[in-house]
Each structure stands twice: as structure tokens, then as C-alpha cells.
Design a protein around this ligand. Sequence first.
Ligand code: B12
Length: 218
Amino acid sequence: MTERQELFAALSRAVLDGDDAAAPRLAAQALDGGVSALDAVEKALVPAIREAGRLFEEGEYFLPELVTAAQAMKAAMAVLQQALGAEAAALALGRVVIGTVEGDIHDIGKTLVGTLLSAAGFAVSDEGASVSVARFVARARELDADLVCASALLTTTMPKQRELVEAVRAAGLRAKVMVGGAPVSPRWAASIGADGHADNALAAVTVARSLVGRDAPS
Ligand code: B12
């Protein structure tokens, strides 16, 4: 194993162990060693939290272990986020309102999408988790948003994305709606009339750019 692979393995381990002291320390170590923040997120943190989810599904982890794993991931993300943001081009590609839908507290993926959109040059207003449809609409109106991005991680909260699309249209807003989250498929996105969908944060940036008519030059 190379030094970098060892570091990523240790970072993944820290998340799986729910070690919220080691995870940010290792994340900082990675940055100091010249590792790209995005690489650390995609190659160490995301696989680790998915593995924690798998262990939870198999009954090997219980909810407290999943919670501490998520806390360790968030502590590491907080360190990496600064580096992701620092790479931001001051382009102002458009204004984005992002949040996780009401009734859903999963915010790791949403935060990652928001961070990468911001790093790509969008002005992002992150409304947090469990955001009501009314709040999404009010913020989009207030900011004259180009894009409203809604995350849902639970099959029981996905219908809120449909409500959101309907409410944005009913309010006569010009904002386009992009949806995502692990259970959200392109088919679901199309069926609720969303303008866009992406299944990871990097793809979300590409789709967002295309929705605001600012495709990256090829
Ligand atoms: C971590 C986690 C938690 C943490 C959340 C911590 C936090 N602050 O976010 C805790 C432990 C608190 C938690 C709680 C619960 N969880 Co949970 N959780 C997970 C887990 C393991 C990982 C989610 C995650 O963070 N993934 C990593 C991120 C980076 O990936 P992501 O969220 O998918 O996001 C990426 C893409 O989807 C996309 N994306 C995300 N959002 C958006 C938005 C837009 C606009 C776009 C374009 C793209 C996009 O880009 C992201 C980055 O690449 C998943 C399992 C899984 N494999 O998904 C279960 C899971 C989602 N949880 C589940 C459940 C059931 C729950 C609970 C109900 C458990 C309980 N009994 O209490 C509660 C929910 C309470 C509530 N009301 O919300 C189920 C959902 C099942 C279902 N069919 O609905 C899952 C699938 C686990 C399982 N198999 O049982 N959970």
C-alpha cells in the first residue's frame, strides 16, 4: 500500500470507529500531504459511511454506531470543506437554495453537493435539513434563485420532492428544481417533473451548470 492509500484506509477506519478526534486529524494530515480534498471525500469518507450503512443493514452496527460514524465523517468534512471552498472560482454561476426535505435529517450528501456547487462558483444558500416546502419556496423567492436543490434519503420523504416541484411552479418562480439522494432515481425525478437529477456531488455540478446554461467549456 502506498502512503496515501494507508492514510485513506486510516481515515475510513476512523469514520467506521466513530472516532471524531482521529477523523479530522487524519483529514488535516491528508491536506498537509498535498492530497486533494475531493479525493479524500470520495475515496475515504464516502466509502466509509456507506460501509457503516451496510453494517447497519446487516445488523452488525446499531444506531448509536451509525450516529457516531456520521459524526466522525462530519468532523472530517468540516476540515476538508474549507479546502474545497478555497478552490472556489468567484464566478457567480447562479444562486442556489439547497436543503434536505422536511422529515429527513440526513444532511451529509446535501452538504457535500452544496459545498461542491459553491466551489464551482455558485452562490449557495444551505438551509440545512428537514426544510419545509414553504421555506424552500420563500428562500427561492427572496434570493431570486436560479436553482432549488432538494435532497431526500428516505423513501418516506421522497414525496416532499414532488410537493416542492409543484409548489415552485405554483408560486410562479423561475427557479429550476434539481433532486437527489441515495433512493432518488432519474425515473423518479422525471416522474415528479424535476428539471434535473444527479447521483453524486460531482455530477450535480455538471447538471447544475447545464440547468443554468453555463456548461463547462470542453
Ligand atoms: C449516515 C446515515 C444516517 C445518519 C445521518 C447523519 C447525518 N447528519 O446525515 C443517522 C444515523 C442520523 C441516520 C438516521 C436515520 N436513518 Co440513515 N442512513 C445513513 C447512511 C448509512 C448513509 C447516508 C450518507 O450520509 N451517505 C453518504 C452521502 C455522501 O451519500 P448520499 O447521502 O447518498 O449523497 C450523495 C448522493 O445521493 C447525491 N445527493 C444527495 N443529496 C443530493 C441532492 C441533490 C439536489 C443532488 C443533485 C444530489 C444529491 O450526492 C451525494 C454526494 O455524492 C444511509 C445508508 C446509505 N447507503 O445511504 C442510511 C439510510 C439512508 N438511513 C436509513 C434510515 C431508515 C434512517 C432512520 C429512519 C433510522 C431510524 N430507525 O431512526 C433515521 C432517519 C431519521 C430521519 N427522520 O431522517 C435508511 C433509509 C431506508 C429507506 N428506504 O428509506 C438507510 C438507506 C439505511 C438502511 N438501509 O436502512 N442515518
